[in-house]
Design a protein around this ligand. Structure first.
Ligand code: FE2
Length: 367
């Protein structure tokens, strides 16, 4: 038995999203994303919506569930007050936001993991390889999560942003090695050690246009690291143009190639001293070219819809042009285990093969 399998005792207990067909895999390889409409458990989606409204009732009670006219943007005063409520153990406030965006940091709770990452477990293993994916165990009884994290500069930066005063323990620069058992409080950046989703990322109605430049479009983090497959899942119906996860089809392979070229030339994702960064995330030359030559796609769908995406795809949260829909998404990145992807391979993709760390099944299908 593969020793990695012992960390996945819960996998069979959660109803699984069906395996992908060969043509779905081909589509995923070509476009860098795939929409699976209404595949998640409706009961868990309902529970997640209730949890969101419970959080709103506690932290932003002027918003009423049955009255969309109360779903206006957060004022500066509201944002400041919410931001100040960091838990004692470190981590982000449970509920916070600004303008038209708010979040609920419940991503390491067991039901949120059952809802999406664990329901997609067999699909994640189908795509990344059986026994090669970090199991999202979530928070323990003390509210702490433990999992592996590749400590590159931007991971360390994420710790600093999302842990608050706890950061005093961490160095400023990354070691570029894997910390096998990084412990993070449940509202901390639990996506870094693979133990939680980002919780709920929500966009209120009538959000402003990102403009013709699509301000905010980016590719997550660096090319080096343990993420390959990510997912966004909607816990409520999401009509078109209502803030859906927006992607630029085919951008994953172009960004992957350019970022690895830049990294192998000595550039790090976080090199702020460079005037023209090739792997900066928001304004890479390749990203400018993609915005000019590719039409973005708005991933919408009924409650329980999942978007699977290659971790390097250019994306953003779309503009919510509706008047009575809150875009409610939970986002998770599946990590390759240290055993299946040792550190020397994490920082080496010299053969340029974007599908090197994916399953034989994925590698064999022509995208
Ligand atoms: Fe992102």
């Amino acid at each position: 038995m593969n020793p990695n399998m012992q960390s996945t005792p819960n996998a069979p207990s959660v109803k699984q999203v069906p395996l992908l067909t060969a043509s779905q895999i081909a589509q995923f390889k070509r476009d860098g994303f795939l929409v699976l409409p209404a595949v998640l458990d409706p009961e868990l989606c309902r529970r997640a919506r209730d949890a969101m409204w419970d959080a709103i009732a506690t932290h932003l009670p002027r918003m009423k569930r049955d009255d969309p006219s109360t779903w206006g943007p957060l004022t500066e005063e509201e944002s400041t007050e919410l931001k100040a409520q960091r838990p004692e153990v470190g981590g982000d406030p449970y509920f916070a936001g600004s303008d038209h965006r708010f979040y609920v940091r419940n991503g390491a709770e067991q039901f949120m993991l059952d809802l999406a990452p664990r329901a997609l477990w067999q699909v994640a293993e189908q795509l990344l390889g059986e026994g090669t994916v970090v199991w999202p165990a979530g928070e323990d009884d003390a509210g702490i999560t433990t999992g592996p994290c590749f400590m590159c500069d931007d991971a360390v930066g994420g710790l600093s942003t999302h842990l608050g005063k706890e950061i005093e323990k961490w160095p400023e620069k990354g070691s570029f090695t894997t910390e096998e058992a990084l412990r993070l409080p449940k509202t901390g950046p639990v996506w870094l050690n693979g133990q939680g989703t980002r919780g709920l990322y929500c966009t209120l109605p009538n959000s402003p246009s990102p403009g013709p430049e699509y301000r905010g479009a980016h590719s997550d983090g660096a090319c080096y690291g343990r993420w390959r497959l990510q997912m966004s899942a909607y816990i409520d119906d999401l009509p078109p143009n209502s803030g859906g996860f927006t992607v630029w089809p085919g951008s994953h392979s172009r960004i992957w190639r350019d970022q690895w070229d830049a990294f192998l030339e000595g550039e790090k994702h976080t090199d702020k001293h460079l005037a023209d960064r090739k792997s900066g995330g928001y304004n890479d030359p390749v990203i400018q070219r993609i915005k000019v030559d590719t039409q973005p796609f708005d991933c919408h769908g009924p409650a329980g819809t999942v978007v699977l995406w290659h971790t390097k795809i250019l994306h953003m949260a779309g503009q919510n042009q509706s008047t009575d829909v809150i875009r409610q998404a939970t986002i998770y990145g599946f990590l390759k285990t240290p055993a299946s992807l040792p550190d020397p391979l994490v920082v080496d993709n010299t053969n340029g093969d974007i599908w090197r760390d994916w399953s034989d099944e994925v590698r064999a299908i022509n995208g």
